[in-house]
Design a protein. Structure first.
Length: 252
């Protein structure tokens, strides 16, 4: 039986750990060739070893424009094209508007928004040449609802949600689809760091579980299945959509 992503070529940012790693592995398992992008080459190589020969490692900083051009060029040169972009790289600083520093604000928007925008526009020529494509943006439930102490992170993810909708409108006629996935609290290195900085990490973890009706925190693999669907032709009439994957968080 044919795999769902045969002949698809995907770029996945933040592919060395967490959601990005799980999505890259899931895409490859379904037949895609995958370029693994991130700043930590050793982590990318670990993901590549699990995937095998259909993976390409490109160490790069997606907030730097010259690095983005290299990502696209190397992917197209190696695989012969590009059909799917999964924008997953992100940073997460905690604090109110008064507590967040200018440096933290700038880093949050440079990575979460500017880098995502630069890479999204950089892949458009290759997707046009391929006859279309799928851009999948990893936003957050905090791009839909606000929360305490997320005065830089939540606005950055709100920007991702609206950029997703705008690009979907602008590029739908080119058969380039743009959608956003909005996870709630998924257990990754990023969220582990958030919990570890709390005065009482065990209490914070219990509180996080309690606000999810399904009774547990998310795992990276909980998000990967939706990424496969949005990358595949099964979602050919889906664009401009925002998908919470949140254990019921937004239903409360």
């Amino acid at each position: 039986m044919d795999s769902r992503l045969n002949n698809k070529i995907a770029v996945v940012t933040g592919a060395g750990s967490g959601i990005g790693r799980a999505c890259a592995i899931a895409l490859a398992r379904e037949g895609a060739k995958v370029a693994l992008i991130g700043r930590r080459k050793e982590r990318l190589e670990e993901t590549a070893r699990e995937i095998g020969d259909s993976a390409l490692v490109v160490a790069a900083d997606v907030s730097a424009q010259d690095e983005i051009a290299r990502v696209v060029e190397q992917t197209v040169a190696h695989f012969g094209g590009l059909n799917v972009l999964l924008n997953n790289a992100g940073v997460h600083h905690i604090g109110t508007a008064e507590q967040i520093t200018e440096e933290q604000w700038d880093e949050t928007f440079n990575v979460n928004v500017r880098g995502l925008w630069l890479l999204s526009r950089a892949v458009l020529p290759a997707m046009r040449k391929a006859g279309g494509g799928s851009i999948i943006n990893m936003a957050s439930v905090l791009g839909i609802n606000g929360a305490r102490n997320r005065a830089s992170y939540a606005p950055s993810k709100g920007a991702v949600v609206l950029l997703t909708k705008c690009m979907a409108i602008d590029h739908g006629h080119e058969h380039i689809r743009v959608n956003a996935i909005c996870p709630s609290f998924v257990e990754t290195d990023l969220t582990a760091a958030v919990i570890s900085k709390a005065p009482n990490p065990n209490s914070v973890r219990s509180e996080r579980i309690a606000v999810h009706p399904i009774g547990r925190l998310g795992q990276p693999e909980d998000v990967a299945g939706l990424a496969v669907y949005l990358a595949s032709d099964e979602s050919s009439w889906v664009t401009g959509s925002v998908f919470p994957v949140d254990g019921g968080y937004l239903a409360v």
